[in-house]
Design a protein around this ligand. Structure first.
Ligand code: GLU
Length: 558
């Protein structure tokens, strides 16, 4: 795979959902292989399965690739990327091209029309199974005369086109998996054009790889055996053969395939644990809910699943690129981490960027076995990248994330509040989302805040004499008398108070303050938290909290 002359790779997703991390890794390796060898990287949208494809999905794929920095030299035009001399790059717009090549095969006797209905084929399949034989199409259509074929076509009888296979074994040579021979008995005369007039995946992929001058096909291992069919088609069409490298699947640590079903599993588990018998309001339609609960094979649509997860407080496992983006992972970290799934540069190098990958990627170092997706490691990579940023960079990127996913938060904080929160959060952020997810208290109206009933909260507020609630009561007038509300001023006010009232133990005062304004015991540093929340909200919350815990204490004295 090292011939530097005009290397062309392609990423060819079927737009039937979101870009899965496995697909993103394929795109990444295709990109790196071509770009590292002054070649071209093509994006082609394989939308010949009309039932499953959607424009929204194609745009989603383009967005996700852009976000990762995987830009295509040729392909659909999107935000300044794409175009090229070998389009169109949507297969659904290439029907004339496929039809011309199909006709060529028919004229040369390499392909033929077949008219069996799905029911007839099913009956043949069942008969073979009942007789203990493996099913193969019996070539019954070849018994029809040219006139009969023409008559049926003229009458509009639905027809498929099948390749007339030459009946010999096919040996695939793969850069990752080595050599394998697929026996002729395993390949029957497969369909190359469906009854709806669209080519099958096999046919379109072979024509496009030829016309788009693809020299190297890097794709998922699930397509390995398909390669035999593609080679037969290349021979029949008189096309050259690209080199092949099939990439290992990405799986969960337990060995199961990492798929969108994992989200459904997580959701079902949470619903069972909570004993939910009806869906929370505005999440899932009641009929859909009942069908879903009654059948483990049904999966909720992604949007509905996300609404339900949000409503019951479950974090769904990230599977698609967009999930990781939403969860606050950095694109450069995803790129780095994905490249390590199934490949490594050697010399114990683990941290690198796209440019490094471009210059070092070599498919010969891709492993054969499934790659295990280690979420703990990914999180630690992300955390390292965030702590390594300058405060300005962190703020800029967190703001972009906030504007996209938490506009309510951004509006509530305003620019100055956001800067304060970003500065106070960077050190403890593992993702760009942490500062939003972890600080929901900032969004609540002051009279909506509830205090946790945990032991830590009880301890912070009610243990000792004076207890936390007592400290707040004494501190309140001091705070009320103070108009400047910066973190520094507040510290200058509370520290002497702690010296005088809790033997200098700042925590004895800071923790009740934290409980009062956030509802719990975890937040950014307390003086920053008070400053971000602002004077009026902080004081209102401290007042309510003091009253609340004094009532509690009166009800059950310690
Ligand atoms: N459209 C195929 C898929 O999404 C790609 C097949 C290929 O790369 O040949 O799996």
């Amino acid at each position: 795979m090292n011939d530097p002359a005009a290397i062309v790779t392609r990423f060819a997703p079927s737009p039937s959902g979101h870009l899965h991390v496995g697909g993103a890794r394929t795109a990444l390796f295709c990109w790196a292989f071509a770009k590292g060898r002054s070649g071209r990287f093509v994006l082609r949208i394989e939308d010949t399965d009309q039932k499953r494809s959607s424009d929204a999905a194609s745009i989603g794929f383009a967005k996700d690739l852009h976000w990762l920095g995987i830009l295509w030299d040729e392909g659909p035009i999107w935000q300044g990327t794409g175009g090229g001399a070998h389009g169109p790059y949507f297969q659904s717009e290439r029907l004339d091209i496929y039809n011309a090549h199909l006709q060529r095969l028919i004229d040369a006797g390499h392909a033929y029309y077949a008219f069996e209905t799905a029911a007839e084929l099913d009956a043949k399949r069942k008969a073979a199974t009942a007789g203990g034989r493996a099913y193969r199409y019996d070539r019954a259509a070849l018994q029809l005369s040219a006139a009969q074929v023409q008559e049926k076509l003229s009458a509009g009888t639905p027809a498929v086109i099948r390749l007339k296979c030459p009946g010999h074994d096919v040996t695939i040579r793969d850069e990752v998996l080595g050599e394998a021979t697929i026996p002729a008995t395993e390949i029957d005369d497969f369909v190359i054009r469906k009854a709806d007039g669209f080519p099958t995946y096999h046919f379109a992929v072979v024509v496009d790889d030829q016309l788009m001058q693809v020299t190297h096909v890097l794709r998922a291992q699930e397509h390995f055996t398909n390669t035999a069919r593609h080679m037969l088609l290349q021979d029949a069409l008189g096309f050259r053969r690209p080199a092949y490298a099939h990439l290992p699947i990405i799986c969960n640590p337990d060995g199961s395939k990492m798929s969108k079903r994992d989200k459904d599993k997580a959701l079902r588990k949470a619903v069972a644990e909570r004993g939910l018998s009806a869906p929370p309001a505005a999440t899932v339609d009641a009929t859909v809910w009942n069908a879903w609960l009654g059948d483990k094979n049904i999966q909720l649509e992604l949007d509905a699943a996300q609404r339900l997860a949000d409503a019951i407080g479950v974090t769904l496992p990230e599977i698609n690129v967009d999930d990781f983006k939403r969860s606050g992972y950095l694109p450069e970290v995803i790129v780095n981490f994905l490249a390590l799934n199934g490949w490594s540069p050697g010399n114990d190098i683990e941290k690198f960027d796209l440019e490094f990958l471009r210059t070092h990627f070599d498919p010969r170092r891709v492993v054969k076995t499934p790659a295990k997706f280690d979420r703990v490691k990914l999180m630690s990579f992300n955390c390292d990248a965030i702590t390594g940023m300058t405060p300005e960079e962190f703020e800029r990127r967190a703001a972009a994330h906030g504007n996209m996913y938490h506009p309510d938060f951004m509006a509530r904080l305003g620019p100055a509040g956001f800067t304060m929160l970003a500065r106070a959060s960077q050190e403890r952020s593992k993702t760009l989302d942490d500062m939003f997810r972890g600080n929901r208290f900032l969004l609540l109206a002051d009279d909506e805040l509830c205090w946790e009933t945990s032991k830590q909260v009880q301890k912070a507020m009610l243990d000792g004499s004076p207890c936390g609630a007592d400290h707040l009561e004494s501190l309140l007038p001091i705070l009320e008398a103070h108009s400047s509300w910066t973190a520094t001023d507040l510290e200058a006010l509370v520290k002497p108070f702690a010296d005088a009232h809790s033997g200098g133990q700042l925590g004895k005062v800071a923790q009740p303050l934290r409980v009062a304004v956030t509802g719990g015991t975890v937040s950014p540093p307390i003086f920053d938290t008070l400053a971000i929340l602002g004077r009026e909200s902080s004081l209102a919350r401290i007042r309510r909290c003091t009253a609340h815990f004094k009532t509690l204490r009166a009800a059950s004295p310690r």
